[in-house]
Ligand binder design. Structure first.
Ligand code: PLP
Length: 244
């Protein structure tokens, strides 16, 4: 078999395992499988893997660095894919990200809204913008390791700002299970808190329904807490080098 054939088999087997975990978690939570969308996080892996995943039925892909995602998305422009930008976003990268991203999960400051919205308008698209919530900051700002994310108290105002920005549409909230602060080591409690914040957001912006939470190690906890989008990298593509 060719290398690409072997890689395809490996990806298919990994996808099947992840699919089974998602299905089990949905069943355990009394949720329908259709309520949860899988985003395959392809960071550090080549466009050829994205192409194979697409051939296996994956339609949603996530990337966290614009320098890498831009060329990869361009190489895969012929595929029916929706790109999610999930990494920390510098203002000067907004223009580039707007070329390929339908969703940005990592809006964490008001200053990002205007440049991202303007870039989306120039590209003729509306970006679904999620506010990334830093749950390590709750009740203990000193615990916030600066990995990105807005303080929970800032979330409603930030969502309002997104709603008021042409080119952006408030899509929901995102978090990464925190390593510090009151939720450290308790992903389930962190995701439950995210769900609570998300329902406050929906009260003001009913279309902002996305709850982006759960990675390879904690997708079950996220689905139990109500996540609508799980972002899965290593369980599908393999473990990355420590720098990835
Ligand atoms: C890398 C990454 C993921 C995927 O993580 P895995 O543990 O490989 O599944 C999800 N979300 C964000 C924000 C990431 O940077």
């Amino acid at each position: 078999m060719t290398d690409s054939g072997e890689r395809k088999e490996q990806l298919a087997a990994n996808l099947a395992k992840v699919e089974e975990r998602i299905a089990k978690a949905c069943a355990a939570a009394g949720r329908s499988r259709g309520d949860v969308t899988l985003i395959a996080v392809t960071k550090t892996y080549p466009a050829s893997d994205v192409r194979l995943l697409s051939s296996l039925g994956v339609g949603q892909v996530g990337e966290n660095r614009d320098q890498e995602a831009g060329p990869k998305a361009a190489e895969c422009a012929d595929l029916p894919l929706t790109w999610h930008f999930i990494g920390q976003l510098q203002t000067n990268k907004a223009k580039s990200v707007a070329r390929y991203a339908s969703y940005v999960h990592s809006v964490d400051r008001a200053r990002l809204a205007a440049p991202l919205g303007a870039a989306a308008v120039r590209e003729g698209r509306e970006i679904g913008a999620l506010v990334q919530v830093a749950l390590d900051a709750e009740g203990d700002p000193a615990a916030h390791a600066g990995r990105g994310g807005a303080h929970p108290d800032e979330v409603p105002e930030l969502v309002d700002r997104i709603a008021a920005t042409e080119g952006l549409r408030p899509a929901g909230l995102m978090t990464v299970a925190p390593l510090a602060g009151r939720y450290a080591g308790d992903a389930r409690a962190a995701f439950a808190r995210l769900a609570e914040l998300a329902s406050l957001v929906r009260a003001a912006h009913p279309a902002a329904t996305m709850v982006s939470a759960g990675m390879s190690g904690d997708l079950e906890e996220a689905i139990a807490a109500g996540a609508t989008h799980v972002r899965i990298g290593s369980a599908i593509l393999g473990t990355r080098s420590p720098l990835g």
